[in-house]
Design a protein around this ligand. Structure first.
Ligand code: BGC
Length: 367
């Protein structure tokens, strides 16, 4: 389903109870000041650093107080940062979780104090205390990546040529991983069944293909192992990679095994997040050939609009009520569209929109 920022808006009557729940059961609606705690997961991936600052600025511009913390991939750190935000009296929490099932206890304490909880980009699971979800159509991310491989290699359902592909997925403790992976797998499936796509390692499930904490080094090591075991005497045509950092780890392993970026036998490699270093490789033809751009400025705007609506006594806009079940309930969500980026359209999508300049792309470190 294609959704746009101001796309389909559902009636809000059924959601009133959800937003009012943020004010604390049975309490009179008190005047909210917009005080918000922003909890980001890591600084190893560019987007969270940019978004933490962007969220903070947007909230401050509205005159709201903020606390911004980064959990640096450590669950206990994130939990204690959130606890401290609650102790300091935040009314809203915008959280991109490190572990999707690790926040139940601290969120129940937040809820006792009437805090509204917005799950940011990554869905928080197994707790009744999430009020809203702001994210992208995550399944579509995987669809775009797989379609890039199919079109780049010219694979058709009747191709007699066989294409060898390997699959990578993200961190299994991030709910998004399975959506990205499923989108990719479903899109490749007819070709796998038809025999034109082959996965020599036979690793086609989430667990064996996963990359703990989305780590570049973990991906590099897995790729090196796959090359050693399965590609001594056959070509590797493509690698489905869910995230730019992972893609760069895959490229590193390929280069170490004497594959030459840009040459005809260098595999097609996908990615996600439009990180500067990956945009540079896409532009210059020196590594991955695609990334999926998720305009994080729009995501920050969605989350901040949610806060603002509640402060102003109305109900946040959502455009999806039935996709994201967190184990307790379907979370009212606002989902944005991801966009496929290649050398052909990066200027239009990423540069013209002001997300990155040509200069910043050119000056990005080589890998
Ligand atoms: C995000 C991706 C990001 C990944 C690694 C996921 O939850 O949706 O955009 O690439 O985390 O940080």
């Amino acid at each position: 389903m294609q959704l746009s920022r101001r796309g389909l808006l559902f009636g809000t009557a059924g959601l009133a109870a959800v937003s009012l729940a943020g004010c604390g059961a049975g309490e009179d609606t008190k005047q909210l000041s917009g005080f918000t705690g922003i909890s980001m997961p890591t600084t190893t991936s560019d987007r969270w650093v940019l978004e933490g600052a962007d969220l903070e600025k947007r909230l401050k511009d509205l005159g709201y107080k903020t606390i911004l913390e980064n959990g640096e991939d450590d669950i206990p750190t994130q939990v204690s940062q959130i606890q401290s935000m609650i102790d300091q009296g935040v009314e809203f929490l915008i959280i991109a979780a490190i572990g999707n099932t690790s926040l139940g206890e601290v969120l129940s304490k937040a809820k006792d104090k009437g805090v509204t909880i917005i799950s940011y980009d990554r869905l928080i699971l197994e707790t009744p205390d999430v009020d809203y979800y702001a994210s992208f159509n995550n399944y579509q991310v995987g669809v775009l990546q797989a379609k890039h491989i199919i079109s780049r290699l010219g694979i058709t359902e009747t191709s007699t040529e066989k294409f060898n592909i390997e699959l990578f997925s993200g961190s299994t403790d991030d709910n998004n991983s399975q959506h990205f992976f499923q989108g990719g797998l479903d899109t490749l499936e007819p070709y796998i069944y038809g025999g034109s796509v082959v996965i020599p390692s036979n690793q086609t499930e989430l667990e064996p293909t996963s990359t703990d904490k989305w780590s570049r080094d973990v991906a590099r090591d897995r790729m090196a192992g796959l090359l050693e075991e399965f590609y001594q005497d056959q070509p590797l045509h493509a690698v489905l990679s869910p995230y730019d950092g992972i893609s760069r780890g895959i490229v590193e392993a390929l280069v170490a095994a004497d594959f030459e970026p840009g040459s005809d036998d260098f595999p097609v490699i996908t990615g996600q997040d439009a990180e500067l270093r990956s945009l540079k490789a896409i532009k210059e033809g020196t590594g991955q050939t695609e990334t999926v751009f998720k305009d994080t400025r729009l995501l920050a705007e969605v989350a901040v609009d949610m806060v603002k609506s509640i402060v102003e006594g109305s109900t946040p806009d959502v455009n999806d009520l039935g996709t994201y079940d967190n184990g307790f309930k379907f979370i009212p969500s606002y989902l944005l569209d991801p966009v496929d980026v290649t050398a052909e359209n990066y200027k239009e999508v990423v540069v013209a929109s002001g997300y990155a300049t040509e200069e910043a792309i050119d000056n990005a470190p080589a890998d």
